[in-house]
Design a protein around this ligand. Sequence first.
Ligand SMILES: [Zn+2]
Length: 207
Amino acid sequence: MIPTSTILLVIAGVVLIVGTCIGLIMAVRTYLKYPSKSLVTCPETRKAAAVHVDAGKAARDVLQGKHVRIHLNQCSCWPEREPCGQECLSQIENDPQGCSVWGIAQHWYRGRACAYCRKPIDKIHWHDHRPALLSPENKTVRWSEIPAEKLPEVFETHLPVCWSCHMAETFRREHPERVVDRPWKRGAMGEYIDESEETRESQPVHE
Ligand SMILES: [Zn+2]
């Protein structure tokens, strides 16, 4: 016959393990809920700001059974506007993934054609090479190298470029003596053009 105290001890142990597992799952879900970098409209400047939610603290609050209140630990408007009321947090709380810099870039690229090879740029995976942008000055740059708070205005003025063409154009720019150029097949921004087309398309090929 198993002593009652042993049974109670086993039940308490099971409850503790299950409770710990549930707590850990909730903490991980809270941590993953907030993107590594978010883009918001600063309520004070009315301009885009790149911010980072302290997801680690939110996860620790979950583990400690506290009420979770998210905070920023980085903002492109700091230190000039620090400390602020962090009113922009409501934008992230309402739509964490919609504010994600990664998600915003993915949405912009998806279905758009590369300015050089005209191939559509499909979904960007984290393990893929990052696509690039073609500036009005005819220079390509990876989108991830641009400060996130500048992306909204950059997306208005730049064209999408796939990774392969970005590498080819970078080589061409840095080693012009080793490249045979064909200027009659390039547009005003240096992009390749299909001679059968009269206008350059920069719009998505399918939406
Ligand atoms: Zn391309």
